[in-house]
Design a protein around this ligand. Structure first.
Ligand code: HPA
Length: 254
């Protein structure tokens, strides 16, 4: 089988189902790929899957690496460097996050229109890779044309989308009530523990990015509510069919 994907997908929380729609697949366990880190977090298995989604060649990362697991930023973003070397031009990412925008509800799908990088280490710290400039532009981290396409698809299917800025934090603690309020004041609509490092490196490689976040819990409102990983998984699974539908159609049309 030959494949030359231009599209990559990071199957974060809420997109696992998309993996089962990949046909003509050829899978590599991360543990068999030189220099690839191995995922440890519950609910994330580790495989790089080549195949087709509809008639598009794609490569999908099943399982991603989080800074809180103890990986360096170089490890967290290594797969994106590999994608660049494979010739990827477009990256689709998903994640779960805590909603801070009072208009959001649990189970909402938020198109990520911007982000705030609150990780304690920058993924581009160190010697500059020749894929991009030392001081990369970030005026459009999430591709406006892909966002417009998502809006059009969601409209035509009667799926409601939220839009907002995603605050990337290291975790692994969920936020305290004061922290949720702080991230809201900073300009965030949702907060989560992934995505931002991968997106920064993708942009540094000139890869166009589309990201969605499932709002799995809410924070920063009047009454503090307990959050658990299990609850996050349950909310993400319930939004999964809509999320999968949008992503499938976007990949077909982009
Ligand atoms: N905070 C950080 N990360 C998360 C959250 C949250 O509330 N929900 C899901 N991932």
């Amino acid at each position: 089988m030959t494949t030359s994907p231009k599209t990559a997908i990071i199957l974060g929380t809420g997109l696992g189902q998309l993996a089962s729609e990949i046909t003509d697949s050829y899978e590599f366990n991360y543990s068999d790929i030189p220099n690839f880190p191995v995922s440890t977090v519950e609910g994330h298995s580790g495989k790089l899957i080549f195949g087709k989604l509809g008639d598009k060649d794609i490569v999908a990362m099943q399982g991603r690496f989080h800074f809180y697991e103890g990986y360096s930023m170089k490890d967290v973003t290594f797969p994106v460097r590999v994608m660049y070397e494979l010739g990827i031009e477009m990256l689709f990412v998903s994640n779960a996050s805590g909603g801070m925008n009072p208009k959001f509800n649990i189970g909402d799908i938020m198109v990520i229109t911007d982000h705030i990088n609150c990780f304690p280490e920058h993924p581009l710290r160190g010697k500059n890779f020749p894929t991009g400039p030392r001081f990369p532009d970030m005026h459009e981290p999430y591709d406006a044309k892909l966002i417009a396409l998502a809006n059009e698809i969601a409209d035509s299917k009667g799926i409601k989308l939220q839009h907002g800025a995603y605050v990337g934090v290291q975790g692994p603690t969920f936020e305290t009530p004061a922290e949720y309020r702080m991230y809201r004041i900073l300009g965030g609509d949702a907060v989560g523990m992934s995505t931002v490092p991968e997106v920064i490196v993708a942009r540094h490689c000139g890869i166009r990015v589309f990201g969605v976040s499932i709002i799995t819990d809410l924070g920063g409102f009047d009454v503090p509510v307990e959050v658990s990983h299990e609850e996050v998984q349950v909310a993400a699974n319930s939004a999964q069919p809509k999320m999968t539908e949008i992503m499938r159609e976007m990949i077909r049309r982009s």
